[in-house]
Design a protein around this ligand. Structure first.
Ligand code: NAP
Length: 327
């Protein structure tokens, strides 16, 4: 029996991919660090039955509607703002993502980013490397406390709850805002539900963990930053476009907020000229929330397992449908 043709848009380790060749006729874009070009992606999508995509690919109407053989897109991310799910559904193309397997790893990074930002860890490391550490002084690289402070989690989903668990362990007071209430999180972490504006006004650390949707695009705008306390920090580990970066930059340089920790940006990679990169109060990471070897391997295998299930006629493990679609 001929195997279904699957195109993977990035070079992945052979030790992960090879076992799946028994079930799938797999072709990979040969480079690990460079995304597939749009034209090659269009051509491969047209000749494939399944795609395994990264968040760097725009799986839009053009790709979906021109690919007559395509019946599944397995996106290697929990976020699927890069996939036009509604069009896929209309064309009877299944979509899957990789929830759960990355939750704890992303929460580790998010809380670590909060700590690095509050305690100036990156700046302090650079201080030594730049040979500036000549003396001790009472307020040298003095940061802001984390224990006993209030964290405000916007998007209390899987990762939001895992961050709340860490915050509780650090003796923080937890506020959250979501469209729906989470009674379990309220009970387990003593989290208090507030509306968005109250959270912004009361939190010492505002942490964004919503998906990127029409509703959350630029949710953190000038008004949001102006509502925050002057000594509060903003942490973003969701998607860059939840933030109006110009408004964030203004808020930082006008001292409307104390600083920011950003794992994600509107344009990735961010330009080296971007004004946010010139702010010492801003800690920047290159979208590494789920990036541990263990978790990335789990994400790869979950995507490949979904492809195998699909072509064997078994239920998908982690399907995305318009009813699970957050937008
Ligand atoms: P999730 O379980 O679906 O949680 C998302 C939460 O956001 C839900 O509780 C949802 O609750 C809430 N939400 C949705 N729309 C909202 C809105 N308009 N206003 C307020 N809250 C809203 O997803 P997850 O697994 O925690 O992942 C969250 C996001 O993190 C992903 O979508 C992805 O973009 C991002 N992420 C980033 C990295 C990274 O590397 N930095 C890694 C993994 C994930 P309601 O529907 O009740 O509002």
């Amino acid at each position: 029996m001929t195997k279904p043709k699957v195109f993977i848009t990035r070079r992945l380790p052979d030790e992960v991919v090879n076992p799946y060749r028994e079930h799938l006729d797999i072709e990979m874009w040969p480079r690990e660090e460079e995304p597939v070009g749009r034209q090659v992606f269009i051509e491969r999508a047209q000749s494939s039955h399944g795609l395994m995509t990264m968040l760097t690919e725009d799986v839009d109407e053009q790709i979906l509607s021109q690919s007559n053989n395509l019946s599944i897109v397995a996106n290697m991310a929990v976020g699927y703002d890069n996939v036009d799910v509604k069009t896929a559904e209309r064309l009877n193309i299944a979509v899957t993502n990789t929830p759960d397997v990355l939750t704890e790893t992303t929460a580790d990074l998010t809380f670590g980013l909060l700590m690095a930002t509050a305690r100036k860890m990156i700046e302090a490391s650079q201080y030594i490397k730049d040979n500036k550490w000549e003396n001790w002084s009472p307020l040298m690289l003095a940061g802001t406390d984390i224990h006993g402070k209030t964290i405000g989690i916007v998007g209390m989903g899987r990762i939001g709850e895992a961050v709340a668990k860490r915050a509780k362990g650090f003796g923080m007071n937890v506020l959250y805002y979501n469209r729906s209430r989470k009674p379990e999180a309220e009970e387990t972490f003593g989290a208090s539900y507030t509306d968005f504006e109250v959270l912004l006004e009361q939190a010492d650390y505002v942490v964004c963990l919503t998906p990127l949707t029409d509703e959350t695009k630029h949710m953190f705008n000038k008004d949001a930053f102006h509502r925050m306390k002057k000594d509060a920090f903003f942490i973003n580990a969701s998607r860059g476009a939840t933030v109006d970066e110009e408004a964030l930059y203004e808020a930082i340089i006008k001292k409307k907020i104390a600083g920011a920790g950003l794992d994600v940006f509107e344009q990735e990679p961010i330009s080296s000229e971007h004004p946010l990169l010139s702010c010492p109060e801003v800690v920047c990471l290159p979208h590494i929330g789920s990036s541990t070897k263990e978790t990335r391997y789990k994400m790869m295998r979950l995507s490949l397992d979904n492809l195998v299930h699909h072509f064997q006629g078994k239920p998908l493990i982690t399907p995305v449908t318009s009813s699970t679609d957050n937008s």
